[in-house]
Design a protein around this ligand. Structure first.
Ligand SMILES: [Zn+2]
Length: 209
């Protein structure tokens, strides 16, 4: 806390109450950005401080020099908020789109361009519904422009189904393709695997009906 001014003998006017007579320029009532000067804030060393109230309601002491130069325009909480809003473009911080980006960032497999939310947002736009997922076209490639898109969940499921490849006897194809080849339904084949059948059993046991 700043030292209490020694020469507090000022009785000239109510508006300058608490402001030492040695202070020639009274800033009380002045507005600097979001800050309104509400009183004398004391000294820090030889520097003069003014007590200000921010538009958000927070009070604090600010250097006179910073107020007058424009360096102090709002409280720390407000400037942090402003930074976050600006830094994430269009105020998207915390939105489903932003959270999706955070999730892919955590994967550690993100192209340099998409490490900035602004670029990601510019390339792929907003998540338009809760039923949209952000998916990679090629999961062996990093998240990058051209290899990531919003996909409706019905389509995303289909993609992950077809993406699941089954390797047997040196050949690799989807469950659907195997089912067709061995002449049973995809559902039956999936149930066989779920029931713990080996690939040989599942793919070589003829359908019972
Ligand atoms: Zn504030």
């Amino acid at each position: 806390m700043a030292a209490t001014p020694r020469t507090n003998t000022n009785t000239r006017s109510s508006s300058s109450r608490g402001v030492p007579a040695s202070i020639r320029i009274n800033l009380v009532g002045d507005k600097y950005g979001k800050l309104t000067v509400v009183g004398f804030g004391g000294y820090r060393g030889t520097a003069i401080l003014w007590r200000c109230k921010c538009e958000c309601g927070k009070r604090g002491d600010y250097y006179r020099a910073n107020l007058r130069s424009g360096n102090s325009k709002q409280c720390a909480a407000c400037s942090k908020k402003q930074f976050v809003t600006q830094g994430t473009s269009h105020g998207m911080y915390g939105t489903p789109t932003y959270r999706t980006w955070e999730r892919i960032i955590r994967s550690g497999q993100v192209s340099k361009r998409w490490q900035a939310f602004e670029n990601f947002f510019e390339d792929v736009g907003k998540k338009t519904s809760v039923n949209h997922y952000f998916v990679r076209k090629n999961t062996t490639q990093p998240w990058k422009p051209g290899n990531g898109e919003w996909t409706h969940k019905s389509k995303a499921r289909k993609n992950s189904r077809t993406a699941k490849q089954i390797r047997y006897k040196g050949r690799c194809q989807s469950l659907s393709d195997w089912a067709q080849e061995v002449g049973i339904s995809r559902t039956s084949l999936r149930r066989r695997f779920e029931a713990g059948w080996t690939k040989k059993q599942a793919l070589e046991t003829p359908a019972t009906h």
